[in-house]
Ligand binder design. Structure first.
Ligand SMILES: Nc1ncnc2c1ncn2[C@@H]1O[C@H](COP(=O)(O)OP(=O)(O)OP(=O)(O)O)[C@@H](O)[C@H]1O
Ligand SMILES: [Mg+2]
Length: 264
């Protein structure tokens, strides 16, 4: 199992959008793909046209002590989806406290899924520091940081680099982190400038520049991936570039073994 964490210090930058579209592209490329929504907003399910009445998800499984396998949903796209699910505030606090005291929570549940060695698990995370982000980074073989080409996003990136250093760098099974500049509007000077600086800073760690494209939001409204809704759009091409970047990291010959140590 290859695990990819999709992360960002700031909210609303496109983590869930990136997670969904990469998962569909990877499934179409022939991989077994699972997405795990580690964000209590539980927004991932909207993208996959799941039955919204379905009460389950990993939060309910955490409360009831039931296996994740029973909470997964096979989506029309072929991607297996584990929604976060609906829980009240006090139950969410209870779950987060339990995760805080159980550093192997995520790895243990993923391993119990019995996925094939070549399966890819994409982990969607909430913005900024959280118990979910920490565990996602601790088990990730690769991390994708999503950022907007603006000054606010740029200013938060050193903090994300520190988290990557703490939880990922130095682990022998970690193949690397990359950045997705999302919602690029090339008609804006500031966006061009920030993207230019990031391109220079990041070099090969720039996984993709995804353009601002109305079809991205429209695809969500129709509960479809960009590859189903607008396969010839600019954004679809950009997400395909991102998949190529990820697959190149997969092909580096790394064994993708599970991390032996979880503390940084
Ligand atoms: N490339 C794009 N072009 C146009 N709109 C986009 C693009 N990427 C994302 N969006 C829109 O931006 C909004 C935020 O995206 P998304 O929910 O994926 O962000 P997020 O980082 O997961 O947010 P949160 O931090 O709340 O989890 C959505 O309305 C989405 O449709
Ligand atoms: Mg999100």
């Amino acid at each position: 199992m290859k695990r990819v964490a999709v992360v960002s210090p700031k909210g609303g930058v496109g983590k869930t959008t990136v997670t969904v579209n990469l998962s569909v592209a990877l499934h179409r490329a022939g991989h077994q793909v699972m997405v795990v929504d580690l964000d209590p907003q539980s927004a991932l399910r909207f993208h996959f046209n799941l039955d919204l009445e379905h009460p389950g998800g990993l939060s309910r499984a955490a409360i009831d002590g039931t296996p994740w396998r029973d909470a997964c949903v096979q989506s029309e796209s072929g991607v297996v989806v584990l929604p976060f699910g609906e829980v009240g505030e006090s139950e969410r606090e209870q779950i987060e406290l339990a995760i805080h005291h159980d550093p192997d929570w995520l790895l243990r549940h993923l391993q119990a899924m019995g996925l094939s060695q070549d399966a890819i698990v994409l982990l969607d995370t909430p913005p900024g520091a959280s118990v979910y982000l920490r565990q996602a980074l601790q088990v990730a073989h690769a991390a994708l940081v999503v950022a907007l080409p603006d000054a606010g996003s740029y200013a938060t990136l050193p903090g994300m680099e520190r988290l990557l250093q703490t939880y990922c760098a130095g682990r022998p099974d970690f193949v690397g982190s990359g950045y997705v500049i999302n919602q690029m509007d090339a008609s804006r000077q500031l966006a061009r400038d920030v993207a230019g600086v990031l391109r220079q800073d990041l070099g090969e760690r720039l996984a993709a520049v995804v353009h601002q494209d109305a079809s991205v939001g429209e695809a969500v409204a129709f509960r479809r991936s960009i590859f189903d809704y607008a396969p010839h759009s600019l954004a679809a091409q950009d997400f395909a570039t991102c998949v190529q970047w990820l697959q190149a990291r997969f092909d580096t010959g790394t064994t993708w073994a599970d991390p032996s140590a979880h503390s940084a």
